[in-house]
Design a protein around this ligand. Structure first.
Ligand code: ATP
Ligand code: MG
Length: 311
């Protein structure tokens, strides 16, 4: 099956400033993909390259199997894009604008469009210029979904949306995936997309650091463990166990951090009487902060091989 997005060595320099550097990324069709990175990481640059709004310094990109530079129009017809900062015809009402955009596309399912407006609680009778930021964003979202494109690209879509609308947006993305369509969402916040995305790519300072499923990120999560023994235990019994760090045994209580399986630790503990075991998962956000941190911190703390982007 053709990938929805495929880039090879994709690089954009703005004069001497970097946009993105040597990005190799594959996004499979039928997935919701999160493209995560802090401000200035290169998310919008990547998206503009995919849409041929800007041209790469080197490397290439294919969208829906087509070359972004040669086949822009064909890609445009099959793709919706909502930029972070929407500029819309401000004198039109939401309905007028959506009708206009629909006529340009030529194949809009009007009842579906109206349902989208209801679901996102968009008042279509108000002029764009009178809409708040979030309500303007809704016009962009309706325009994107109403043509049921094969690929939806959103640049920080949920900034400015209230939680209800955010949830509805997520449902719409899931419905699109259910129909085999692909959704690409940029964000600088993992919690915003972690329950929605199948996979996430992490970009920092223009480079793609990793592409992971949320499940595999979770597997790498550290767990803080506390084991309460009825009586004193020897710390030596727990030294050198695989994945166990920061071990402290004091007053019959063991505390440590475990990366990966807790099997070896539990088996070592079973030689003693165990009164209680308490485990706290560190959050996914902490794993992400390791990727986002300073270069050194990312190399040291990032669980897994930072720097290789498994596509
Ligand atoms: N037109 C431009 N001219 C010069 N530098 C640019 C231009 N556009 C982007 N850049 C630079 O490229 C880098 C990536 O910018 P980009 O807008 O892609 O980041 P981003 O990840 O979308 O950030 P944000 O989360 O703030 O939207 C930044 O260092 C930015 O300053
Ligand atoms: Mg941006």
């Amino acid at each position: 099956m053709t990938a929805a997005i495929e880039t090879r060595g994709l690089t954009k320099r703005y004069g001497r400033a970097r946009g993105i550097i040597d990005v190799d990324l594959v996004v499979e069709a039928g997935q919701i993909f999160g493209f995560l990175g802090p401000n200035g990481a290169g998310k919008s640059t990547m998206i503009r390259l995919l849409l041929d709004l800007i041209r790469p310094s080197s490397g290439e990109a294919r969208v829906l199997g087509l070359d972004t530079r040669r086949d822009r129009l064909a890609i445009d017809r099959r793709t919706s894009y909502v930029p972070g900062e929407l500029s819309l015809y401000s004198e039109l009402t939401g309905r007028q604008l959506l009708t206009y955009l629909g006529n340009l596309q030529g194949h809009v399912d009007a009842p579906y469009r109206d349902r989208l407006m209801e679901r996102l609680e968009l008042d279509p009778t108000r002029r764009i210029k009178a809409l708040s930021r979030g309500n303007k964003q809704k016009v962009g979202l309706v325009a994107a979904f109403m043509i049921r494109p094969e690929l939806l690209i959103f640049d920080e879509p949920t900034a400015g949306l209230d939680p209800f609308v955010q949830l509805e947006f997520e449902h719409l993305c899931e419905e699109a995936r259910g129909e085999g369509r692909t959704v690409f969402i940029s964000s600088h916040q993992l919690p915003e997309v972690e329950h929605l995305c199948d996979r996430v790519g992490i970009i920092r300072e223009g480079r793609l650091l990793a592409v992971e499923t949320i499940a595999s990120l979770k597997e790498r999560a550290l767990r803080r463990l506390e084991i309460d023994f009825g009586g004193p235990v020897e710390a030596e019994a727990f030294s050198n166990l695989p994945g166990v760090r920061d071990l402290v045994v004091k007053d019959g209580t063991l505390r440590c951090t475990v990366m990966g399986s807790v099997d070896a630790l539990v088996k070592a503990a079973a030689r003693f009487e165990v009164r209680n075991i308490c485990s706290i998962d560190t959050s996914l956000e902490e794993i992400f902060m390791a990727y986002y941190g300073s270069g050194e911190a990312a190399d040291k703390d990032a669980p897994g091989e930072a720097g290789h982007a498994a596509a």
